[in-house]
Design a protein around this ligand. Structure first.
Ligand SMILES: CCOCCOc1ccc(-c2cn(C[C@@H]3NC[C@@H](O)[C@H]3O)nn2)cc1
Length: 448
């Protein structure tokens, strides 16, 4: 057994997102988002599930905050639903939406929990998708207007900010692979979306600074760590492309002011170019204060000319998998955090990490030992990372509670707390109590 002690000022938290937990989709003046539309499109979401009710956190947030207090977290990552703030995307401000988030944030602060706010966690107002979404500069300008409303309203209450959650999912999962909303399947569209959201990110950071908003701001890429199946240059190059599309494609423009040339060339071969306008790269590369990193799994990849635009396919190496089919391999987090050092020893928060384990209630308990094992392994790696001198400042488990897992609907459960979607009763799982103990002790005890 080994005890890994964490730094005294290390932040312990959990994470959720508006569309996944709030429900009340037609309440409080909320407008329609692309996920309302996508979920209602037959065949897009398992079982035809949608976020109309979700965990009903719009009405039950005080109960949720009581659970957070019981867990002992000092940080809670959530997202604000743009369609609650400006329902038609770039028109009138909805005061009722702002008031909801003020009530919520005030309750968090009363509980001694630091709000960690994501401005955009995928619920784009549908009206903006109707004019081309992130590929239309009007959407970019509408995002800046929305962000400025939030900065003015919550400066002084919120001190940790993320512009975008998982830009790879927003651009490529949603507009090249078509798996998430709005479901496009076009390379040029996905590159236009990626560029649009990067310009929106940079402009929002400029506004954040100009308005003198309190706190720190960053962005939260999701990681795709991959190692080559063989020593062949083709397999290594396939891994490089997979990693780069999730990371370098977004962080090179932000930290270096230019896209990774090898990927620009790769896409040019496929007939796609980046729609860069004069001044864009200077806007995008506004200095940021922190990075959120979302890590779930890693792959062993090899070159396959038939394997999509990246010609990179993951090989099943027979590792233990979570119930969503992702291999459990915490080593990728350690390797990735060292890869990330090429951007400097920037302040990093793990803004998502967790396991989809679909254990259900048995005699009033959920014995999710596999989730505990997952967290034990990943927190041990986090201790290694900190020990290596990397500025990893905090950790937010995904997720506080079971919720709407996008195209998987409600069948996939990532929560430390079980949610009965009929009664909406919340039941802490055994992993909740395990994590409560880690937070109380500020150490993780591994059985290895
Ligand atoms: C068959 C081809 O498949 C291509 C990969 O398809 C996916 C699907 C889903 C993901 C995915 C889901 N999550 C968890 C969420 N992160 C944000 C938060 O909202 C969580 O719900 N992270 N990544 C990645 C890749």
């Amino acid at each position: 057994m080994t005890i890994f002690q964490f730094p005294q000022d290390f932040r312990w938290g959990t994470a959720t997102a508006s569309y996944q937990i709030e429900g009340a989709a037609q309440e409080g003046g909320r407008g329609v988002s692309i996920w309302d539309t996508f979920a209602r499109t037959p065949g897009k979401v398992f079982n035809g599930d949608n976020g109309d009710v979700a965990c009903d956190s719009y009405h039950r947030y005080e109960e949720d905050i009581e659970l957070m207090k019981k867990l002992g977290i000092n940080t809670y990552r959530f997202s604000i639903a743009w369609p609650r703030i400006i329902p038609d995307g770039d028109g009138e401000i909805n005061r009722e939406g702002l008031d909801f988030y003020h009530r919520f944030v005030d309750k968090l602060l009363e509980a001694g929990i630091e709000p960690f706010c994501t401005l955009y966690h995928w619920d784009l107002p549908q009206t903006l998708e109707d004019i081309g979404g992130w590929g239309n500069r009007r959407t970019v300008d509408a995002f800046v207007k929305y962000a400025e409303v939030i900065f003015k309203e919550f400066s002084g209450k919120i001190n940790f900010w993320l512009t975008f959650n998982e830009p790879w999912c927003i651009a490529f999962l949603s507009n090249l692979l078509g798996i998430h909303a709005p479901g496009n399947k076009d390379l040029q569209t996905s590159i236009n979306v990626a560029h649009g959201l990067l310009v929106a990110h940079g402009k929002a950071v400029q506004s954040f600074r100009r308005l003198g908003t309190t706190g720190q701001i960053g962005i939260a890429p999701n990681v795709c760590w991959a190692e080559p199946y063989s020593k062949s240059p083709e397999d290594q190059a396939a891994c490089d492309r997979s990693i780069a599309l999730n990371t370098d494609w977004f962080l090179d423009p932000i930290y270096k002011g230019a896209y990774p040339q090898f990927m620009v060339d790769w896409f040019a071969e496929a007939g796609a170019t980046v729609p860069i306008q004069e001044g864009d790269m200077e806007i995008i590369s506004q200095p940021i204060d922190l990075l959120g990193i979302n890590y779930y799994t890693m792959g062993i990849n090899r070159f396959n000319p038939e394997a999509g635009v990246l010609q990179s396919e993951e090989v099943d190496m027979g590792l233990t998998k979570t119930d969503i089919g992702w291999p459990v391999e915490s080593r990728g987090l350690y390797e990735f955090m060292h890869y990330l050092q090429k951007y400097g020893n920037v302040d990093v928060y793990i803004t998502e990490n967790g396991a989809c384990i679909n254990d259900d209630l048995e005699n009033g308990k959920i014995n999710d030992d596999r989730r505990i094992a997952y967290y034990e392994q990943h927190l041990a790696q986090i201790h290694r990372i900190i020990n290596d001198g990397i500025n990893l400042k905090g950790y937010m488990a995904w997720s506080l509670m079971d919720n709407f897992e996008w195209a998987e609907g409600y069948r996939m459960r990532f929560g430390l707390v079980h949610v009965d979607y009929r009664s909406l009763v919340r039941t802490p799982k055994e992993s909740f109590y395990w994590y409560q103990n880690v937070i109380k002790n500020n150490w993780v005890e591994t059985r290895i």
